[in-house]
Design a protein around this ligand. Structure first.
Ligand code: KG4
Ligand code: ZN
Length: 344
């Protein structure tokens, strides 16, 4: 089934066409994709401004959809269904995506399905590799930092999550304090390349079980930066490297605990922070030490994208009533636990 996916939950306006197989472990093919990253629009504000994001989605979506169809040399007749993110995310942006999807669904007379963005992230590695269930996902993004046991499509168990901030927020805040700009993760990773990860001693987050915590680390980073007078380029690089190292160790330690606790033998990292090479290396080492298979999807599948939305939607579409989702609104908060298991 050829699915047009639309993703507008945050600051990426993304469209993709995916040929989705009829089972999760079948071979799915990404046919074309277009992403507009609203990096410039939000740069001066040091974070995503919801109103600006919604407008930018509205301005770009039709062009991106046309481009994705042209690249695939498809017309509407080649499309079997439309999948759109309806949550969780920023209400205004989600509404823009949903309105486009509903309009196309009605004009083209194609079924439409509303997709959970987090389900998109946890299923995204299936676009590149055949992975058998169950597997462990470490979802690390700007809004999420959690372990999910994926037993099947729609059968998810939350094993632990952040008690306060997400790892991506910690990267973004630290980058802002170091004047590295927005989005913070990639900027901090770049600055860290020249730095010594052991130059600054930062407190390792202490939290029980499979939970995470980043607020203490965020405060410690702010204090360290304040204490530093006449901060040099070397200080910035060292600080960036030390922050990245501390976050990577926290994520790797918890992943080790999760593997031990669950006995799972496949661990997948997903979400924007999964683009970070230091974090990937730390997780790879942890998986190796625990005799587990580590999978890190391509960078373009880690950050927000529409291919994962097309996949998640395409796997569910045959199981829903025709256009049941045309009556759907957006769900800015939509916990993964509330997803329905696929009827077999
Ligand atoms: O998954 P994502 O694109 O959006 C959601 O939050 O859903 O994740 C964005 C987050 C941002 O906080 C960004 O700074 C972080 O992922 N990020 C990174 C890197 N690339 C993106 N963090 C660390 N290193 C990176 N290379
Ligand atoms: Zn995301």
């Amino acid at each position: 089934m050829k699915i047009l996916g639309i993703e507008t939950s945050c600051d990426e306006t993304a469209v993709a066409i995916v040929d989705v197989a009829n089972t999760a472990t079948g071979k799915h093919t990404l046919i074309s994709q277009e992403i507009y990253s609203q990096y410039k629009e939000h740069f001066d504000y040091g974070g995503v401004v919801p109103e600006i994001a919604s407008r930018a989605h509205a301005e770009r979506l039709s062009t991106l959809i046309r481009k994705a169809l042209n690249k695939a040399t498809y017309t509407k007749d080649n499309i079997d269904g439309i999948a759109v993110t309806v949550g969780p995310g920023l209400t205004g942006g989600l509404l823009m995506g949903l309105m486009f999807a509903k309009t196309l669904s009605m004009a083209w007379n194609k079924p439409m399905i509303g997709v959970n963005h987090i389900e998109g992230h946890v299923l995204s590695p299936l676009l590149e590799e055949k992975i058998e269930f169950p597997y462990l996902v470490l979802l690390v993004s700007g809004g999420h930092c959690q372990f999910i046991k994926v037993e099947d499509i729609g059968v998810y168990e939350m094993l632990g999550g952040t008690r306060d901030d997400a790892a991506g927020e910690c990267f973004d805040k630290a980058a802002r304090l170091l004047n590295l700009g927005h989005p913070g993760g990639p900027a901090l990773e770049k600055a860290a390349k020249q730095g010594d990860p052991l130059a600054f001693k930062l407190p390792k987050p202490k939290v029980d079980g499979l939970d995470f915590s980043f607020s203490g680390l965020k405060t410690a980073i702010a204090q360290k930066i304040k204490q530093q007078q006449d901060i040099t380029k070397t200080d910035i690089a060292n600080m960036a490297a030390s922050i990245q190292h501390t976050i990577a160790v926290h994520l790797a330690d918890k992943t080790e605990e999760a593997l031990k606790q669950t006995g799972l033998k496949t661990v997948i990292v997903a979400g924007g922070v999964a683009a970070n090479q230091t974090i990937r290396k730390a997780l790879q080492a942890t998986a190796d030490q625990n005799d587990a298979h580590f999978i890190a999807p391509s960078l373009s599948l880690c950050t927000d994208n529409a291919a994962m939305i097309a996949l998640a939607g395409g796997l569910r579409l045959p199981h829903i009533e025709h256009n049941q989702y045309l009556v759907t609104g957006v769900r800015p908060r939509w916990p993964l636990e509330e997803m329905e298991e696929l009827s077999k």
